[in-house]
Design a protein around this ligand. Structure first.
Ligand code: C5P
Length: 222
């Protein structure tokens, strides 16, 4: 059967990765969380005190970063230079730094190159902010997910609480809105809905309902 690439973009905490993972599983495709790559770079920058304003230091750091995904007991895990960073990259200290890091063109160029490589054979579901516009402009299916900001903050809060985080609802909501603002207004590949994307507002949809809708869209293109 023909394999396609599926791009899922949208604002922070719209459930992009939940949908992308479920689609990849049903279709037996590879799932790529592009946000995890920007988060891993951010963790490296924090741990190595890389000055975001220093072009040479940023380039040098990017040369030293190796990001991979491997399947662990709890699902796909992100590895930074051989070490699993899956939970660390979800912490608030990374969330509050990731958008400024992801706005740096050098960082974007390095990540986009790797992401495009992963999609060369097709059969990839990738979620992020610029997948349908920049990474896979030729993706056969592009979905732009949206959801009400209060609902997004509530979902993120429940998710982080379940992982033992003490972040407050207010803190989470303001981080989401701030990231959306930076991501939508940066100069290099801002978050935009691709002209040929299908918009799904999942505020009132169940995960099953959303998955069914998305799979029907995929099947119509395979
Ligand atoms: O998807 P997630 O919320 O984990 O992404 C974290 C951050 O990474 C986003 O807020 C955005 O700044 C950046 N990002 C990006 N381009 C992507 C994916 C994520 O700029 N394709």
């Amino acid at each position: 059967m023909k394999k396609i690439n599926i791009a899922i973009d949208g604002y922070s905490s719209c459930g992009k990765s939940t949908l992308a993972k479920a689609m990849a599983e049903k279709l037996h495709y590879i799932y790529v969380d592009s946000g995890a790559m920007y988060r891993a770079v951010t963790l490296y920058f924090l741990e190595n005190k890389v000055d975001l304003e220093d072009d040479a230091a940023v380039a040098d750091a990017l040369d030293r970063i190796d990001i991979r995904f491997e399947r662990g007991p709890e699902g796909i895990e992100t590895y930074l230079n051989g070490r699993s960073v899956e939970s660390e990259i979800r912490e608030m200290r990374v969330s509050s730094m990731v958008s400024p890091v992801a706005a740096i063109s050098k960082v974007r160029r390095a990540m986009v190159r790797q992401q495009q490589k992963m999609g060369e054979q097709r059969g990839v579901v990738m979620d992020g902010r610029d997948i349908g516009t920049v990474v896979f402009p030729d993706a056969e299916l592009k979905i732009f997910l949206t959801a009400d900001p209060a609902e997004r903050a509530r979902r993120r809060y429940e998710e982080l609480k379940a992982k033992g985080s003490s972040a407050s609802m207010e803190e989470i909501k303001s981080n989401l809105l701030e990231r959306d603002h930076i991501d939508s207004n940066r100069e290099d590949s801002p978050l935009r809905q691709a002209v040929d994307a299908v918009v799904i507002d999942n505020t009132h949809l169940t995960q099953e309902g959303q998955l069914k809708l998305a799979l029907e869209l995929a099947e119509s293109r395979i």
